[in-house]
Ligand binder design. Structure first.
Ligand code: ZN
Ligand code: ZN
Length: 105
């Protein structure tokens, strides 16, 4: 089965958290998630409430620099420094690799 990625519907980042109920497991001495909710999800990148979208792994694209699988909408095209002016040589970078001037589509 294809892996699912959870992304923020606003910035397409993956630093999202779902609101959930957890139940205490005496055996493992851990809180275990019983149920997650569609509402009340939180995105660290947007620093606020968001909606989470499930995306199949094959819809994700690798960042040119760090190779991290990223939602295509969260990749921004950049012309590498020193690249030929006329060459169509833009590369797709994730937010953290792009640096200043990053903007999502
Ligand atoms: Zn976000
Ligand atoms: Zn990257």
């Amino acid at each position: 089965m294809a892996k699912k990625y959870m992304v923020c519907s606003r910035c397409y980042g993956q630093n999202v958290k779902a609101d959930a109920y957890a139940g205490w497991n005496v055996e493992t001495q851990q809180w275990e998630i019983d149920q997650t909710f569609d509402k009340g999800a939180y995105c660290d990148d947007c620093d606020g409430e968001c909606r989470i979208e499930a995306v199949d792994e094959d819809e994700m694209m690798a960042c040119h620099e760090c190779n991290k699988l990223t939602h295509p909408n969260a990749l921004d095209a950049k012309r590498p420094e020193g690249a030929d002016e006329n060459a169509d040589a833009t590369i797709l970078l994730c937010k953290s690799c792009y640096g200043e001037g990053y903007s999502i589509i």
